[in-house]
Design a protein around this ligand. Structure first.
Ligand SMILES: Cc1cc2nc3c(=O)[nH]c(=O)nc-3n(C[C@H](O)[C@H](O)[C@H](O)COP(=O)(O)O)c2cc1C
Length: 211
């Protein structure tokens, strides 16, 4: 596979039945955080591909319960300041120098992201139970993450208080809810991301034969 990053997983022991190309994409997806990004723009057609793939997520009754807002460069700077203000009281017990470093880290944290997308949940609860709608928007975000992996772009979904509250400042309607921010950015592919091991399917799946 051309796009497959050689430094990431291709271990047969992890995946003895490594037949399908989608398996490589799924298992190579890692949450890559913004402090690992270096500044580089995502080509417009790739960003369009990522967002279009989000909209190809399955939705019951085709409610498409999402809206995405791409933060502008100014909003990325604004979000860094927002994070700083959000957390600044938490570090009062740190020595002055460490506090300054922490504050600079917070302000600069989003700046190298290639793109930050606000994830907005649109409720259509008259039609469907909310869990179905949340499941659908989660599929949409996962489609973005997998497309990023296939394009060698790091990504992760930020659902911390600052991310969720920042999205609320972007003008949501009464029937919309903030689901945080989806970060995308380029990173050094030679630095293998942390692989968080998954529980064996034998412990999670009942009824599978021949394991
Ligand atoms: C809905 C959702 C919200 C998440 N929010 C955060 C977050 O706020 N901060 C964070 O560091 N990681 C967040 N993550 C990433 C998880 O920590 C990560 O997926 C998990 O540790 C497994 O690592 P992996 O994605 O590299 O496989 C979130 C993941 C999901 C699915």
């Amino acid at each position: 596979m051309e796009f497959f990053n050689e430094n990431l997983i291709k271990e047969k022991e992890d995946c003895p039945h490594f037949y399908s190309p989608i398996t490589a994409v799924i298992r190579n997806r890692r949450s890559i955080y913004a402090d690992r990004y270096y500044k580089k723009e995502i080509p417009a057609h790739e960003l369009e591909e990522i967002l279009t793939n989000a909209t190809w997520a399955p939705t019951h009754k085709m409610t498409e319960p999402w809206r995405f807002i791409i933060l502008s460069d100014e909003q990325q700077v604004d979000y860094g300041n927002y994070m700083f203000n959000y957390h600044k009281d938490r570090y009062y017990d740190l020595p002055e120098v460490k506090r300054t470093v922490k504050f600079e880290y917070l302000k600069n944290y989003p700046l190298n992201a290639a793109c930050i997308v606000a994830v907005v949940f649109q409720k259509n609860s008259q039609l469907l139970p909310e869990w179905e709608e949340i499941a659908a928007i989660s599929c949409a975000v996962q489609n973005m993450a997998l497309t990023c992996t296939a394009l060698n772009i790091g990504s992760y979904w930020a659902s911390g208080g600052a991310a969720v509250d920042y999205v609320k400042t972007l003008g949501l309607t009464d029937r919309e809810q903030s689901f945080g921010l989806f970060f995308m950015g380029y990173y050094d592919l030679s630095q293998k991301p942390v692989t968080k091991r998954r529980t064996a399917i034998a412990e999670k799946v009942i009824g599978l034969k021949h394991i």
